[in-house]
Design a protein. Structure first.
Length: 164
């Protein structure tokens, strides 16, 4: 889990080529611009190369000069300070802000958000429910009435979700 003062920019994927470049899994492309600084583990580094597509970026960090160096980072989180990240737009949130929020339908407690799941048409909240299977809640206005990140609360419509 990413600490609250950081935002996840992506995860180091498999190496690409021999120069230390690697694919980025789960990319947040706005945080992966050429020249921006990311932190991997205990080390910060500038993005020296950015190639590929927005969906499948390829990145090389300064100081990561060989395929073996890129392989040693595989699976690590790429993070940036929250203060350096662009603020989310209206009705947008960083996944880290939604994880751990209590989910309710009015006064009825439903569960807790465990993660954000990317789906083909939208993203969905995975909600752990005590004594029941997890629930996927699509992030659409019909399913989600309100999100209050500061209060750590999300109000959903269980009737719309066919769960009432």
């Amino acid at each position: 889990m990413v600490p609250p003062e950081w935002v996840l920019a992506g995860r180091v994927g498999r190496p690409h080529g021999l120069d230390g470049s690697f694919r980025v899994r789960e990319p947040r492309i706005a945080l992966l611009a050429h020249g921006s600084v990311v932190t991997v583990g205990e080390r910060s580094a500038r993005i020296a190369r950015r190639a590929g597509t927005d969906d499948h970026p390829i990145v090389r960090l300064e100081g990561v000069e060989h395929r073996e160096a890129a392989e040693s980072l595989r699976g690590a989180d790429l993070v940036v300070p929250r203060a350096d990240a662009p603020p989310p737009g209206k009705d947008e949130w960083y996944a880290e802000d939604l994880e751990g929020c209590e989910v309710r339908d009015g006064e009825r407690r439903v569960g807790v958000v465990t993660r954000l799941v990317p789906l083909p048409s939208c993203e969905a909240l995975e909600v752990a429910r005590p004594g029941a299977d997890d629930l996927l809640v699509p992030l659409v206005h019909d399913a989600v009435r309100a999100v209050d990140v500061d209060a750590r609360r999300i109000d959903v419509d269980l009737v719309f979700l066919a769960e009432a």
